[in-house]
Design a protein around this ligand. Structure first.
Ligand SMILES: [Mg+2]
Length: 272
């Protein structure tokens, strides 16, 4: 079926997180130090970071008592480290730390983002960005790209792709009801949670507005579990944009869903 809707993740997919998140990381560390009452957080942070990176399937982002994403970018790494340093931190504080320090993130697009977005905007019917980040901040960054078709790009922020819950806006959806709780990827020891209802609400809203279907949709992201597992289970095409932190099981998982992966965003243009 031809692709009519392309849905892009933003941070790490369109942007270079290693560059843009340095200010976030500094702010996050200072904030967490205050929360934990530490004058120097660096030694404990470095020890926790080493532990997280050494055992990537054991440590990650935990929300609602479930591990919902591995620490494969600096945002997720900070979250995984804070949970390891203070297991009692709680979901609310975990989300607050991310949101409040995201304001220190700067702008660092990948070099090919602008030409690829220009090409996508003129070749696909519907181009959308769905992100966990604050819509105003992401919208301003998209504005700064000065795209000729900027006004045709739909933006859904605060997507909370990490939240395993029933959908709210699309409560009772048959599509959602048919989803399994979890799926496994060969060689990856923990379950992967599929039923991310808040993310589903964003996707289903796009399908309503565009009158398109999952089978006509390609979803592109840099974190397999956050961005691609739910769309893949719904029957969308999925494409992973790996970073140097990407784990092998993420590539295997995408392949098992019939999807593709490529570091250069230009490769997307062959899929639409
Ligand atoms: Mg991302």
């Amino acid at each position: 079926m031809p692709i009519r809707t392309v849905i892009l993740d933003f941070d790490g997919t369109c942007t270079d997180v290693e560059q843009e998140a340095q200010g976030f990381l500094a702010g996050y560390q200072a904030d967490l130090a205050r929360v934990l009452g530490l004058t120097d957080i660096q030694p404990a942070w470095a020890a926790a970071e080493a532990q997280v990176l050494a055992e990537p399937s054991r440590f990650g982002m935990v929300i609602g008592g479930r591990m919902v994403a591995p620490a494969v970018d600096l945002y997720l790494l900070a979250t995984a480290i804070s949970t390891l340093m203070e297991p009692e931190l709680g979901d609310e504080e975990t989300e607050r730390l991310f949101k409040e320090n995201y304001r220190f993130t700067t702008m660092a697009f990948k070099p090919e983002t602008r030409p690829v977005l220009e090409a996508l905007a003129s070749s696909v019917e519907h181009l959308c960005v769905v992100t966990n980040s604050e819509p105003a901040k992401v919208g301003a960054k998209l504005d700064a790209l000065d795209l000729s078709q900027r006004d045709t790009i739909r933006l859904h922020g605060d997507a909370r792709k990490f939240l395993v819950a029933e959908p709210v806006k699309h409560e009772g959806s048959d599509r959602f009801a048919a989803l399994p709780e979890t799926q496994q990827v060969a060689g990856w020891p923990r379950p992967i949670y599929v039923r991310r209802g808040h993310y589903f609400d964003a996707l289903a809203s796009i399908w309503e507005a565009t009158r398109t279907t999952p089978a006509e949709t390609l979803v592109v992201g840099d974190v397999f579990e956050l961005d691609l597992v739910l769309p893949g289970a719904l029957g969308c095409g999925v494409h992973l944009v790996p970073s140097p932190r990407t784990l092998d099981y993420e590539r295997r998982g995408v392949e098992a869903l019939g999807g593709t992966h490529a570091e250069d965003l230009h490769d997307l243009l062959d899929l639409v």
